[in-house]
Write a protein that binds this ligand. Sequence first.
Ligand code: PMP
Length: 449
Amino acid sequence: MTNQAFSDRDLAVLWHPCTQMKDHATFPIIPIKKGQGVWLEDFEGNHYLDAISSWWVNLFGHANPIINSALKDQLDTLEHVIFAGFTHESAVRLAEKLIEITPDGLSRCFYADNGSSAVEVALKMSFHYWRNKGQAKKIKFITLENSYHGETLGALAVGNVPLYKETYAPLLMDVITVPGPDCYYREPGESWADYSIRRFALMEQTLQQHAESVSAVIIEPLVQCAGNMRMYDPVYLKLLRTACNKYNVHLIADEIAVGFGRTGTLFACEQAKIKPDFMCLSKGLTGGYLALSAVLTTNEVYQAFYDNYQKLTAFLHSHSYTGNALACRAGVATIGIFQEQNIIEKNTKLSKVMGKAAARFIDHPHVAEVRQTGMILAIEMVKNKHTREPYPWQERRGLRVYQYALSKGVLLRPLGNVIYFMPPYIVTEDQLLLIAEVAWQGIQQAVKD
Ligand code: PMP
């Protein structure tokens, strides 16, 4: 079957995520037949290097032999079982491992089945904790400007990317939004740390003013990924942890995108040496294989729900696929790879190569900034380098880079006019050079006329 024939079948029946489907009247959708390592292969044998890890989920390549073999074994043992009143080995093993590798003090694991639902769980648990503690006034959430936490209504409400949020505003709960530490806006010569500290004053003020009615602050540690890969210094997290303690407010760390090594450490919170009250994990949790998420929390939170049934303090949230056995097994195998193969150490080297490969973009006349945190590197394409005036979004310049890159066999789906590299950790140095070269040529094409 040709790409075209398969695409026609798709477009006759499917509705794709985050897509204006009319675009596909002009831009072909790419049918993938097979994945192997960093490569995806279409129905006509064309290959695409998955430089964005299939929406940031894939860590160790497609068809990874270790995860494949674990899943095959799991498939012959148990595919799924109701997770209320029942349990199974892979769910317990994964929870044990997660508690072992996340910051000390996170000692309880609650499963959900995607990132957005993990965020919903954390918000509800935090609110419910205060209620169980007799503090029913603590009902609000503080979030940062330019943050992203998912697409379900609660997660969308605590996010702040207008493109996704504005349409649904009438449906969303009210939240308190604080100007963020996004270091793209620092003064010339100002360090990330200084800017992050300066911006924290606004968070401190907000906490001081609203603490009595606030349940939690929710934050993406170090990188606001969907918000154009904007970055800030760990010191902000450190200050935030201290302030949350001072004002008696929970801290929810949404590590759904940045967790599992993306920022250079296994979890981004480690760089600030902090322990959040809730840590949301998904995406890389299963190595990019299956939909699963987890919310890690403290014994303090857990105990606030633990009582006689008649007290009605239990957390009655559930999803049908909670603790899915296949997904949990993929998670166990994924963490095993981290533990057995020195991945974090190897990534330090890879991230340096990635930084070097992208160094020349800094001087490009249409690049305002090249920023990097660990294994995430972003290139901000602008109309005017000096004033940083962006290209009008209607021109869709980033899309031109995307299309050019696809024609050269690299999958580089941008965020607006931000081109970023977030490859699987099995990427080679040569492949990083290829990604950078294709991005460079793509930007050259995109800034023409
Ligand atoms: N939080 C963050 C920080 C994310 O990046 C995402 C997904 N891009 C989500 C939450 C939502 O996860 P999901 O798409 O699995 O619902």
